[in-house]
Design a protein around this ligand. Structure first.
Ligand code: FEO
Length: 401
């Protein structure tokens, strides 16, 4: 059964949500599901903006056909070629043989890589700033390379002042009937997933996101229509501010995140003592994660949020406890910058994890380290508590300032 909503008089949301997929990109758990948004302009010309993932193709096609109401589809604008949005292109072409595809030169190349149908004869190549009239709407195209792939672009509706923003401003989470930000409690129910989506999908590309935001700042935007999650139709400054912080690697919160690996509880016990000292020094909202049972996508999102990160891990195979090493390498791959770290190592006979964690941390731009590595030989001893107190005091002094 079709399931659509108007976003303006003649523009429709025709997307669909998936609550069955376990891992987005076969990497990131999405316990709250995910939506694949698509938009259909019913003007003199009928214009679809992006398609959907293959998993929701049945619902998506029902939605498109329902809104078309027997009309044929004239144009499909392809803002992004990742298969979570482009998978249904060929099905749409088969249903609408006269359909023209609109994209940039890189889009064309990628469509030909993913599909075998005749793309060239129906493809309209657009460049930055070019316009396209659907009748009563003028659309213009804003290139947004590396947000999230090189061909990514935004489409802007000049009359309605709507930015169709591809992956930008998207979030994990299925849409539960409420498709607008003012119909949900975004901060309570969506922000952490929006952060996890941004940091894990686009986090590495802070500079291109900044370039796109600067372009967007020159446009009068009343509504942002992303390809995932709620549509923004008020309070746009809220999500723009988040994107500005995330893409400049500015911590959202002066906060301490403790990430520990612990084989038998001794490193965890030390992390617990440190956190109690931090609390006694006035640090609030401390968060702690076991690196062994927290999916790395959550750790990356929290590392983007917090200003201070405590890493505590045993030595393993003369290196770093494997899940901690994986986390740090993933964090480095996501390009996190400008964080302050404290390091706790453990080793029963030859502790080396601290030095090796330090090496990875120092490869991340503008990293700062508090104090020297705190070394455990198997377990925390009474004679070390004062040293741990000093570390807590130094972290608290910075965070509380
Ligand atoms: Fe939602 Fe980059 O695809």
């Amino acid at each position: 059964m079709y399931n659509t909503r108007n976003i303006t008089k003649d523009i429709y949301w025709v997307g669909a949500s998936d609550r069955r997929l376990e891992l987005f990109e076969n990497i990131m758990p999405i316990t709250k599901g995910v939506s694949y948004n698509s938009y259909l302009i019913m003007d003199d010309k009928t214009v679809l903006l992006d398609t959907a993932d293959a998993s929701v193709s049945r619902q998506f096609i029902e939605n498109v056909q329902h809104v078309l109401g027997g009309r044929s589809l004239d144009y499909l604008i392809v803002n992004h070629m990742e298969p979570d949005h482009c998978a249904v292109i060929e099905d749409i072409v088969l249903r609408h043989p006269n359909l023209k595809l609109i994209g940039n030169a890189k889009t064309l190349q990628m469509i030909k890589q993913f599909f075998d149908f005749d793309v060239e004869s129906r493809f309209v190549t657009v460049k930055e700033g070019e316009t396209f009239s659907t009748g009563h709407h003028t659309l213009t195209f804003v290139m947004a390379p590396m947000v999230h792939w090189p061909e990514a672009m935004f489409t802007y509706d000049v009359e309605e002042k709507i930015l169709f923003s591809a992956d930008a401003f998207g979030t994990f989470g299925a849409l539960n009937g409420n498709i607008f930000n003012d119909e949900v409690d975004f901060e309570k129910d969506w922000l952490s997933e929006a952060r996890r989506y941004y940091t894990n999908i686009v986090g590495k590309y802070g500079a291109p996101v900044q370039a796109a935001l600067k372009k967007a700042a020159t446009i009068d935007i009343q509504m942002i229509c992303p390809l995932h999650g709620p549509i923004w139709r008020n309070n746009l400054g809220y999500i723009l501010d988040k994107y500005n912080k995330w893409s400049t690697y500015t911590p959202e919160d002066d906060a301490v995140m403790v990430v520990y690996g612990s084989m038998y509880g001794n490193t965890e016990a030390t992390a617990n003592v440190l956190m109690t000292k931090l609390a006694e020094e006035g640090v609030k909202n401390i968060v702690a994660y076991s690196v062994s049972n927290t999916h790395v996508s959550h750790l990356i999102a929290e590392a983007f949020r917090c200003s201070h990160i405590v890493l505590a891990a045993p030595t393993y195979n003369n290196g770093i406890f494997t899940p901690m090493e994986n986390f740090l390498l993933d964090l480095k791959a996501h390009g996190l910058q400008n964080r302050t770290y404290a390091i706790i190592e453990n080793g029963t006979w030859a502790p080396v994890s601290g030095c090796q964690m330090m090496n990875i941390v120092q490869e991340m731009k503008d990293s700062k380290i508090i104090g020297s590595t705190f070394t455990l030989k198997s377990s925390l001893k009474e004679c070390q508590v004062e040293q741990l107190n000093c570390l807590a005091k130094e972290i608290a002094k910075q965070v509380n300032n």
